[in-house]
Design a protein around this ligand. Structure first.
Ligand code: ADP
Length: 607
């Protein structure tokens, strides 16, 4: 029944995990996903700049040294200097039309720009169908090559957080300037040849493999103007743009930072170009991988919540999550592969919060059942004790009467024939055994209800032992067993005489009971380290090693005596141990099977 139920629960939870995973995987959770995506960039340790790329930045130093303004003449001059060092490509993010200048100044710029064989101006607004004409600059710049170079940002789609993560290969078949330049180096002309290529709304795109801000080699525009730069631009791709750390429109948000002036478009263009040239765009893992990881996590959480202790469950979940994060990060850094993380993380939280209450309900039920069982046990125990003491008390009176009558009958033996005498002796003996048994049971119930209080009185242990030995002389003589006493003179100590008498009686009686005829029992006392030591040593049947631990337990009798004629309850040593310990004493035994046992009781001198 229980097994069936666990199988049913197991299949239900697996079904739950599959349904939940399928549900989660129908949504892409772009915002959450982009957070984990960006975090992977931020954790990048190494940076790598493509040595072909060189930036010329109109930075705050330039603005300051040029008295707050760059003119078209400055720009023309800079182009002349760049042309001299013969770069392979020059990509300008600044259009000459943005300057107020005279026609002559414009013509001069045009001339300087055309002197550079691969001079491109990046068009930084999105282009719409039918607007391609806009890409021809007005007179006198109509011969300059202007191409779209805008970097996509998540405004209305994907994460919708305004962060630039994607670069265009083309929109509506209009190729962008960065893949055009890259194609010169890697020979790729078809967007599908790019890693992680995807098409979205009439455009071909890839994910930019950003480097940490500050990765690229940069020359300040003013240093170029004043010939302060020693950098060689020969065969380089030079990108010219603004980086004044002040004007937000020269900047964009990247996975590294959403600061309004966090990364300049100039630097972002370098990242886009490098991703295209090196063809190392980020590849998003296919949806089935997300489904599998999500399902695995859902199952793991269900298993942990249902089967492990809460602390261990959390530990298992957290360490698996940490392992997963580490693997995803390694794949990202080493292979530019982005595994979906939002869905597995969500699966962990959802499963955890769905199943914790379920587990709590189950635990509660178990706890309730246990309490009920406990209550029942207490009641049964009470009933048992009441029954035992009632029965024992009620039995004691008729038993005493039987014993009395048997004594009377035996006191005038002349009236009985030998058969009758033997019968009455047996009745008397059985009645005695029954009385002893009832006393033990009564003692047990007193012990268990902790009713026993010590009645201490100062007494000599030797005297008490002599009384006990005297009592057992007859029993010993019947088995031809010699009781030898070796008593050291002792001071009187305080103890409960009745209880200790019962202890010593039990030990001596056992020694006689469990010894063969004609053996010896030695009862000795001595003072040892401020304690009184009483020993009862016999040459009897002994106790095996594996049973010796149990003989002080309630109702325990060793195997060899259980099958023999020797009567007993298995309560004597249990009570003896309890009584000795009430006196803050200690009882122990050493025994060799078939050779004999020695029971030792030690009692403190001052109680
Ligand atoms: P019982 O009424 O059976 O004697 P006890 O509690 O006094 O109960 O002893 C428990 C068991 O320990 C006995 O049944 C017997 O198996 C074993 N035992 C006790 N004393 C001795 C002894 N002197 N020699 C061998 N076995 C003993």
């Amino acid at each position: 029944m229980g097994k069936k139920r666990t199988i049913a629960t197991k299949s239900l939870s697996i079904l739950f995990a599959i349904v939940l995973t399928s549900l989660i995987c129908t949504y892409s959770f772009d915002y959450l996903e982009s957070l984990t995506y960006d975090a992977r960039f931020r954790l990048k340790v190494f940076r790598h700049a493509n040595p072909l790329i060189e930036l010329v930045a109109i930075d705050s130093k330039t603005i300051q040294e040029q008295n707050g303004k760059i003119t078209l003449q400055d720009y023309t001059q800079a182009l002349d200097k760049i042309a001299k060092s013969r770069p392979s490509f020059v990509l300008s993010l600044i259009s000459p039309t943005t300057f107020h200048a005279s026609l002559n100044e414009k013509i001069a710029f045009n001339k300087a720009a055309l002197k550079i064989p691969n001079f491109y101006i990046s068009y930084d607004d999105g282009i719409m169908r039918g607007e391609e004409g806009k890409l021809i600059l007005p007179h006198p710049f109509e011969k300059l090559q202007m191409l779209p170079g805008v970097i996509a940002f998540d405004q209305n789609n994907f994460a919708k957080d305004g962060v630039s993560r994607r670069a265009y290969f083309s929109i509506q078949d209009q190729e962008f300037v960065q893949p055009l330049i890259a194609g010169f180096y890697n020979g790729i002309t078809n967007p599908t040849q790019y890693r992680g290529y995807f098409s979205f709304k009439d455009s071909d795109q890839i994910y930019i493999n950003y480097q940490k801000p500050g990765t690229y080699s940069t020359i300040s525009f003013v240093d170029l103007l004043k010939d302060n730069s020693s950098k060689d631009l020969e065969n380089k791709i030079v990108i010219i743009g603004y980086d004044d750390k002040f004007t937000p429109e020269y900047y964009l948000k990247t996975p590294f930072t959403r600061d309004v002036v966090g990364m300049s478009k100039l630097e972002a263009q370098a990242n886009v170009l490098q991703t295209f040239i090196e063809n190392n765009g980020i590849v998003k893992a296919p949806q089935w991988i997300n489904f599998v990881t999500t399902l695995l996590f859902a199952l793991l959480v269900l298993f942990s919540v249902m089967n492990l202790s809460p602390a261990r469950g959390i530990l298992v979940i957290l360490s698996s999550l940490a392992g997963f994060l580490l693997i995803s990060w390694t794949l990202f850094v080493s292979f530019h592969l982005a595994i979906g993380m939002a869905q597995p993380i969500l699966a962990i939280f959802l499963c955890y919060y769905f199943f914790i209450p379920y587990r709590l309900i189950q635990e509660n039920k178990k706890f309730w059942e246990l309490t009920q069982r406990n209550k029942l046990l207490v009641q049964v125990e009470e009933l048992k004790n009441n029954f035992l003491s009632l029965m024992s008390h009620d039995l004691k009176t008729p038993l005493a009467r039987i014993q009395g009558m048997a004594d009377v009958a035996l006191s005038s033996p002349q009236n009985l024939n030998s058969n009758q005498k033997e019968a009455i002796s047996t009745i008397k003996q059985s009645a005695d055994e029954l009385t002893e048994f009832i006393s033990s049971i009564l003692d047990l119930s007193r012990v268990e209800s902790q009713e026993i209080k010590l009645k201490l009185q100062s007494k000599d242990v030797n005297r008490l032992l002599e009384e006990v030995v005297q009592k057992y002389r007859y029993m010993a003589a019947q088995k031809n067993i010699e009781l030898i006493t070796e008593f050291e003179t002792l001071f009187s100590v305080k103890f409960d005489a009745d209880l200790m008498k019962q202890v010593f009686s039990n030990l001596i009686e056992n020694a006689i009971k469990y010894s063969a005829e004609g053996t010896k029992v030695l009862i000795s006392t001595e003072e040892h380290d401020g304690r009184i030591l009483v020993q009862v040593a016999d040459q009897g049947i002994g106790i095996s090693d594996n049973e010796i631990k149990s003989i002080f337990s309630k109702f325990y009798r060793t195997k060899n005596v259980k099958n023999s004629q020797t009567k007993g309850t298995g309560l004597g040593l249990y009570l003896a141990k309890y009584f000795v310990e009430l006196h803050k004493g200690h009882i122990s035994v050493e025994s060799i099977p078939q050779q004999g046992s020695t029971f030792s009781v030690d009692l403190p001198m001052d109680l």
